[in-house]
Design a protein around this ligand. Structure first.
Ligand SMILES: *Cc1c(COP(=O)(O)O)cnc(C)c1O
Length: 435
């Protein structure tokens, strides 16, 4: 249980903006009764798999991979020695490279593509055009396109979700509108406009862009709003990642079991992506997978919601934080309640990270791993240090009696491959300036 005293303690600790690790005292509690079932995740997985021929048809760059939207898993033991002063940490380490997910260049491809494809399927079904002997490829037919052209897909986003939804919906022929906050990057807006997507800019933060989008969508007939704060379709698209990932671990001969713990570190914004991935992994690995989220010190919305409890919503502004961070994908003031409810008993812990560390991580990834990331996507890189070098992390390891030489760590890198060269150079310069 989280007591009022604990809550006050964590509110105070977060308000200092000092990076910290919180370990979840409620891990192991039962899921709410309306939590999605294994079959729901399987359905999302099957939909994405069956859509592969469609994807190959829509996007020429996917022909070689036969339309698969997946990312590689790379062994990366040099991350275990990341701090120059410390000795290398024990265990094995991997990077799950969602920054390389095709077309969208970020983890948002998983949830975003799933939701648009699911919606397209529904519209085609309602029009009597699906199921078809041609399978999902039928969704790219002229007759389907002409139906989709009568429908609108809308989303509110700080950037990456907008890219993912916008690209996919426009490729299928939907009218597409993306509502963006002022902090969204110009290149993301430009890229969307080039695809024929309408981009509407809003003063204020991510939540305001989402609210404005939701409102407009409600007033527009035949308009589907992809709601980052409340969408189960997005969540299930992220959760579907677990099955392929489990196969990749097996291919790397990684054993996961009571003596062989798997630790996963994922950046968290509104919570859908890391929450969905965690949900899927828990279905497969149960107690043997330990998922930690990473949030900016100015935007620890999920941590704040979890320490506050489910009785009320709370935003980072309520404890005096600014929600201003260069980790644009993580600049979210208020966590998704859909997701926070599901994470109460599942997430192992959450650590916070300041912007300077994000740039240092980014530079390290560039120089030592040969990996080009955006700032948000590097947030999980400090996870192993938190686990093995902090009091709270050590207590977590000790309580469960792990021999950490048998542990495997996976740092989920969530975006970056679409960042324009000039923008990336600027990130690297920031890294040098802060080293
Ligand atoms: C959106 C995003 C996340 C976090 O996903 P949420 O669903 O918002 O929690 C992490 N990394 C990157 C690069 C993102 O774009």
């Amino acid at each position: 249980m989280t007591t009022t005293k604990d809550m006050a303690y964590w509110h105070g600790a977060l308000a200092t903006r000092n990076p910290l690790l919180w370990v979840n005292p409620r891990k192991g509690e039962a899921l709410p009764s309306d939590a999605p079932a294994q079959e729901d995740i399987s359905e999302a997985f099957d939909r994405l798999t069956r859509c592969e021929p469609l994807m190959a048809k829509l996007f020429p760059e996917l022909r070689e991979s036969l339309g698969k939207i997946e990312s590689p898993l790379f062994a990366s033991d040099s991350l275990l020695g990341m701090e120059q002063d410390g000795a290398p940490l024990p265990g094995k380490c991997f990077l799950k490279r969602d920054d390389l997910l095709p077309i969208a260049g970020s983890i948002k491809a998983r949830g975003g593509f799933h939701e648009v494809l699911d919606y397209a399927e529904q519209v085609a079904r309602d029009a009597g055009l699906f199921p078809s002997p041609d399978g999902y490829r039928a969704l790219a037919s002229e007759v389907c396109r002409s139906v989709f052209a009568e429908h609108k897909v809308a989303v509110g986003s700080t950037g990456n979700l907008g890219l993912s939804i916008g690209i996919m919906a426009a490729a299928l022929g939907f009218q597409t509108v993306v509502h963006m906050s002022t902090d969204a990057k110009a290149w993301k807006k430009d890229r969307l406009r080039q695809q024929g997507v309408e981009v509407v800019e809003h003063e204020g933060d991510y939540a305001q862009a989402v609210a404005a989008g939701r409102d407009e969508a409600r007033r527009t007939p035949r308009c589907h709003f992809v709601d980052d704060e409340h969408s189960m379709r997005l969540f299930l698209g992220y959760a579907a990642s677990a099955r392929y990932f489990a196969a990749q671990l097996r291919a790397e001969q990684v054993t996961v079991g009571p003596q062989d713990p798997l630790f996963v570190y994922i950046p968290c914004g509104v919570g859908g992506a890391p929450g969905g991935v965690t949900y899927g992994l828990k279905q497969i690995f149960g107690d043997n997978v330990h998922c930690f989220f990473a949030e900016p010190v100015e935007s620890p919305c999920m941590l704040l919601q979890l320490v506050t409890g489910e009785d009320r919503s709370i935003s980072v502004y309520d404890i005096g934080l600014s929600n201003i961070t260069d980790a644009d994908g993580l600049a979210v003031g208020q966590a998704s309640r859909l997701v926070s409810r599901l994470m109460t008993g599942l997430v192992s812990g959450i650590f916070t990270v300041d912007d300077a560390s994000l740039y240092r991580n980014l530079l390290f990834a560039d120089e030592h791993l040969g990996v080009q990331l955006e700032p948000s996507a590097t947030a999980g890189m400090g996870g192993m240090r938190w686990l093995m070098m902090s009091d709270a992390g050590q207590a977590y390891v000790r309580e469960q009696g792990f021999d950490m030489r048998r542990a495997s760590h996976v740092v989920w890198t969530t975006g970056g491959s679409l960042v324009p060269e000039a923008e990336y150079r600027r990130f690297i310069e920031m890294g040098h300036a802060l080293r």
